[in-house]
Each structure stands twice: as structure tokens, then as C-alpha cells.
Design a protein around this ligand. Structure first.
Ligand code: FEO
Length: 174
């Protein structure tokens, strides 16, 4: 086993949280698929993919600084969802939890004078502002639209613009 400093241990925990985020959003995709809200489903699939990208950014960084990545079990996400609004509210709460976790990592990097980690984490601090703003915006829209089906369908068609990255034919064949 290679280096497992306090900083690397904490970064490993963040990798797990980012992968869990992807898992959580995939569970939300399922609700939207079941309710034929394909635009929302597409948006959340892209969001789930983005979480894996977040995890990989830290995963690669840990290796770059000579640390070891230790993958732990991923917690089972909730699977019972009641409405698009409830889903976005849960998503917003989850992103706040992730923001707090990133801020704790920044605190630790400062304490440990780990300048490379501090530099890498700057990207995540800015990203979390965007993540929370994204969820918060949709919570506001869904609250405004109330139970109106027409507003939901309009949002659904707008959200279809965000699509997950396609797997290439080559990747599928491998
Ligand atoms: Fe990776 Fe949505 O935070």
C-alpha cells in the first residue's frame, strides 16, 4: 500500500461522494423515465455523467500526487420519489452537502499546506456554486408552475437540450 495521508484519505472519501451523487441522480432518472418526462430524464442523465467526471478529476489527481485510490462501497440511494419538485429539492440539499464537503477539503488542504490540492479544489469551489444555482433555479421554476401540466411539459421540452455524452460506436464494440 502506498501513501495514505490525511489529505489523500479525505480525497478518497470525496471520490466516493461524487460517485454516489451520480448514483443518486440515476435513481432520479428512473422516476422521470417512468413518468414519460424524457427531457428531465436526459438532464439528469447528463448530471449523473458529470458526477462521474467530478470523481475522475479527483481520482486522477490522487494518482498525480503519488497517492493511492481506494474505492469503497457506494451507498444505496433513495428510490422513492414523489414529484419533480421533491426531486429538485432533494438534489439541492444534496449539492449543499457536497459543497460543505468540498469546503472541508479546502480547510484541510490549508491546514496541511497542501498547495497542489488547494489549487485543484479551486475548480470544485466554483463548480459547486454552479451546481447549487442550477438546482435552485429549477426548484424556483417548479414552485412557480404549481400543478400546471402545461408548465411541466414546457420545462420538459427545454430540459431535453441537456443530453448525456453519447458512447461512440467504437466504445460500444469494445
Ligand atoms: Fe459533484 Fe454535483 O457535485
Amino acid at each position: 500500500m502506498k501513501k495514505m495521508t490525511k489529505m489523500i484519505k479525505a480525497l478518497n472519501e470525496q471520490i466516493n461522494k461524487e460517485i454516489f451523487s451520480g448514483y443518486l441522480y440515476l435513481s432520479m432518472v428512473s422516476y422521470f423515465e417512468e413518468h414519460s418526462l424524457d427531457g428531465f430524464a436526459s438532464w439528469f442523465k447528463a448530471q449523473a455523467q458529470e458526477e462521474l467526471f467530478h470523481a475522475m478529476k479527483i481520482y486522477d489527481f490522487v494518482h498525480e500526487i503519488g497517492g493511492t485510490v481506494v474505492l469503497e462501497a457506494i451507498e444505496k440511494p433513495d428510490i422513492e420519489w414523489t414529484s419533480p419538485l421533491q426531486i429538485f429539492e432533494e438534489g439541492l440539499e444534496h449539492e449543499k452537502f457536497i459543497t460543505a464537503s468540498i469546503h472541508e477539503l479546502v480547510d484541510l488542504a490549508q491546514e496541511e499546506k497542501h498547495y497542489p490540492a488547494l489549487d485543484m479544489l479551486k475548480w470544485f469551489v466554483a463548480e459547486q456554486v454552479e451546481e447549487e444555482a442550477n438546482f435552485s433555479y429549477h426548484v424556483d421554476l417548479l414552485k412557480m408552475s404549481g400543478d400546471k401540466g402545461s408548465a411541466l411539459l414546457f420545462m420538459n421540452s427545454k430540459m431535453a437540450a441537456r443530453v448525456p455524452l453519447p458512447l461512440s460506436a467504437d466504445q460500444m464494440a469494445e
